[in-house]
Design a protein around this ligand. Structure first.
Ligand code: HMG
Length: 383
């Protein structure tokens, strides 16, 4: 039985900061960000946008086309958790009117968790092929102001359904994966910004890629020539380019652009979306490439800490009819640009912890917003 991605939808916040603005404020040559890091803009979520509203906004177009009608399980991947106990997906249960007969769970392993969710979803569909699983990855990447990671912040969510006989991408059974106990990037429960050993994290990303690819190649018997495109976890687009250069030693700039270029377009403007980042890349590839029907693409998922996995999938005939390309492109072009002062004000907004009633200011969001807090309870509303 073929199992894989049947529908996919991407959402990012309605605001961005241009990295040239950040560079000017920090006294850094903008080319370090634009060329060296490979990022143009970073998505910034205002106070009334969080992982729940972004996830709901990503899933909403799927709901509108009836793709969530027989969902039995919702797996919510994030590393920007909003509660130590309650799964963020349960807020979506009401926002999206999901059926009562639906399991809802939250998963964590840094940016890898959406791929863990995909694997679990495939297992559930293999057992009950008549049902579908909704996977949502939603994250806000946040580092300390003025730190090297600041320019790699971002936010976004991807919602995708896993089904039998999928319309977009069947996932191959072969995979190579790798884990190690490392401290390359982490966020203790008491901090709202991630801590990172930046250079070390780029090395562990590559080490894990090499080990995962080696296993995958041995198990599948495939070589790099068997793939028409590659999608990588994208903390910043230069990282994905460097990763591919490690596998395809000596690849020309032209060929590098051909095999990964389209997958980097959305991330260059949205920034790191952590658990969603690989799937933002996949959406960007499918939306922007020529017809890829019948072609195999390679995917590399990486989550600090660390777990990596190389896997692959085959693009299905007529997949373009299922894409939300126009919606994604309009969303990205219609975002509002923030001034540097607005960016810092939003950064410092914070979440009150006194248990009082707090109404959050209304910014532009998608169809849902985080309205505020009452007795430590988060209140969401439709816009
Ligand atoms: P840095 O150390 O300040 O940057 O921050 P740098 O000095 O290494 O410069 C970056 C690149 O820009 C270099 O290119 C420079 O040469 C170039 P490279 O040598 O690497 O090819 N450069 C310029 N280029 C053109 N014109 C200029 C110029 N100046 C410099 N004028 C660092 C880099 C990655 C450390 C930082 O951004 C950081 O800490 N980021 C956060 C961590 C991160 O994203 N790690 C990636 C791997 S781990 C991962 O992907 C997991 C993650 O998503 C989290 C999770 O799993 O949950 C992060």
């Amino acid at each position: 039985m073929n199992i894989g991605i049947d529908q996919i939808s991407f959402y990012t916040s309605q605001y961005f900061l241009d990295l040239r603005t950040l560079a000017e404020a920090r006294g850094i040559d903008p080319n370090k960000y634009i060329i060296g890091i490979g990022q143009s803009k970073m998505g910034i979520s205002p106070p009334d946008e969080d992982i729940v509203t972004m996830a709901a906004s990503a899933a909403f177009p799927l709901k509108q086309r009836g793709a969530l009608d027989n969902i039995e399980t919702l797996l919510f991947a994030t590393e920007s958790g909003i509660d130590q106990s309650k799964a963020a997906g349960l807020f979506l249960h009401s926002l999206l009117d999901l059926p009562e007969r639906c399991r809802v769970v939250e998963l964590k392993q840094a940016c890898y968790s959406a791929t863990a969710a995909l694997r679990m979803a495939m297992g559930l569909v293999a057992m009950r092929p008549q049902n579908k699983v909704l996977v949502i990855a939603s994250d806000i990447a946040r580092y300390k102001l003025k730190s090297p990671g600041e320019s790699t912040q971002g936010c976004g969510a991807v919602a995708f359904t896993i089904s039998a006989d999928p319309r977009i991408l069947t996932i191959d059974p072969e995979a190579g994966f790798y884990s190690a106990d490392v401290m390359d990037f982490w966020r203790p429960n008491y901090l709202s910004e991630a801590l990172v050993d930046g250079k070390f994290s780029t090395l562990t990303y590559i080490k894990s890629l090499k080990a995962s690819w080696k296993q995958y190649a041995e198990e599948s018997g495939r070589s790099l020539e068997d793939f028409s495109r590659f999608c990588y976890h994208i903390p910043f687009t230069r990282m994905a380019a460097k990763a591919h250069q490690k596998l395809a030693r000596g690849i020309s700039e032209e060929n590098l652009e051909r095999v990964i270029g389209e997958s980097l377009l959305y991330s260059r403007d949205a920034g790191n979306c952590y658990s969603a980042a690989l799937y933002v890349g996949l959406t960007s590839l499918l939306d922007n490439a020529e017809d890829l029907s019948g072609q195999r693409i390679g995917l590399y998922s990486y989550g600090s800490g660390c777990v990596g996995e190389f896997f692959s999938g085959v693009v299905q005939p007529n997949y373009r009819k299922s894409l939300l390309t126009k919606l994604h492109q309009t969303m990205l072009t219609e975002r509002a640009e923030l001034t540097f002062q607005q960016y810092e004000d939003i950064y410092h907004y914070g979440t009150p912890t006194d248990g009082g009633t707090h109404d959050f200011p209304q910014y532009r969001t998608g169809p849902f917003r985080f309205a505020g807090l009452q007795s430590h309870k988060r209140i969401y509303e439709k816009t």
